[in-house]
Design a protein around this ligand. Structure first.
Ligand code: EPU
Length: 335
């Protein structure tokens, strides 16, 4: 294991923010992870664990040890059970599953980041969430060095939530995730735009590969490619509000979109709220709000994390003032 000092993190976060880590190391096995955590020189230093870096905004240099989790491997355990190591890229895994005749994760094509991050925020898109195919995960408890197994129930999955963002925040490192895939070819095209794109392609009996391609086409048309424009996908969560509150908004904006949650609450697209308060496509030098999806904040090159964080806070204030709705950030901000 090579320890780098004063190492740029630009290549390790999809926002492409050029902050530095005082110390940086890549671990490729659990034994390496144990070894670096036991290293006397680093015992007292703060530590930051990185996977694909697709859900983080760095606002400053990190005065501690950054550990990149780079565990690799996909094992087919039979009967559709697939165990994937945390450092595998999510989208490459989706392509692997389709190539091997599996279905279940095709709607989650092109989501940036690694497998290890997927359960932390229960990634979801186009009618499917990770929890729908999740069986269990192995996680390393940082304080004890023990490896614990979590099943679906003990992960407490919810919309963009899990126990690893709440009670166990900062306590565990995900090592591997086991998913239940299928070979029945049954696909989920319930999310409107997927059906539209498939129709345009004159595909009436779509395979998992067709659905994956439709999702890739929708995402590519709306979301910036982090390889070209630094970003972290949705910066905010879609807020859940009371129906009575929603009805008030609807009086002024009859076209306000919503998704049903339960009898008393609805979810409103944060992108719609941000657009209505006028932030969509606003650019301030080298950072701004994406022009095709208002939920995505972007670094056009050389932006500073603090500026993007300030922009996010200004958006929160505008939405609070206009709609009395608090937009929760989805991205982890290192202030
Ligand atoms: N809309 C606007 N302005 C915009 C974009 C969207 O008004 O700039 C409105 C449209 O009316 C549209 C509605 O918002 O009908 C919903 O838009 P979209 O289908 O793009 O979905 P979203 O709710 O904005 C969520 C996820 C995305 C995921 C899509 C599709 C969250 C926070 N985001 O976005 O996830 O791809 O649904 O399932 O739940 C991500 O997490 O990085 C991500 C991209």
């Amino acid at each position: 294991m090579r320890i780098f000092q004063n190492h740029s993190l630009k290549a390790y976060n999809t926002f492409r923010i050029d902050c530095k880590a005082a110390f940086f190391v890549v671990v490729t096995s659990v034994s390496e992870l144990r070894k670096i955590l036991a290293e006397p020189d680093f015992l007292k230093l703060p530590k930051l664990f990185l996977g694909g870096g697709s859900n983080i905004l760095l606002c400053r240099d990190y005065e501690g040890l950054v550990i990149l989790i780079d565990l690799k491997g996909i094992s087919d355990l039979g009967n559709g059970l697939i165990k994937v190591q945390a450092g595998e890229n999510w989208h490459e895994f989706v392509l692997w599953s389709i190539h091997n005749g599996y279905n279940g994760v095709e709607n989650l094509s092109l989501i940036p980041g690694n497998i290890g991050a997927a359960p932390i925020q229960n990634i979801g898109a186009y009618g499917v969430e990770l929890k729908d195919v999740f069986i269990e995960l192995e996680a390393f408890q940082i304080d004890s060095g023990e490896v614990h197994l979590f099943d679906c129930k003990s992960c407490h999955f919810a919309y963009r939530e899990s126990v690893f963002k709440k009670a166990y925040k900062g306590k565990y490192i995900i090592l591997s995730v086991t998913l239940q895939l299928r070979k029945d070819g049954v696909v989920n095209t319930s999310y409107g735009p997927i059906a539209e794109v498939l129709n345009q392609m004159s595909i009436y009996n779509p395979s998992p590969k067709d659905v994956s391609e439709a999702v890739i086409s929708i995402r590519s048309s709306k979301l910036p490619d982090p390889k070209e424009i630094g970003n972290s996908g949705s910066f905010f969560k879609n807020p859940v509000i009371l129906k009575s509150h929603f009805e008030e908004i609807k009086k002024e904006y009859p076209d306000v979109p919503s998704y049903a949650v339960n009898d008393s609450e609805v979810k409103v697209p944060a992108a719609w709220l941000i657009e209505k308060v006028g932030w969509k496509a606003k650019r301030n030098g080298n950072y701004g709000v994406h022009d095709k999806q208002a939920l995505v904040l972007v670094n056009y090159g050389g932006a500073n994390g603090k500026d993007i964080y300030k922009l996010a806070q200004d958006i929160q204030s505008s939405v609070k003032d206009k709609f009395d709705i608090y937009l929760q950030m989805e991205v982890n901000v290192i202030e």
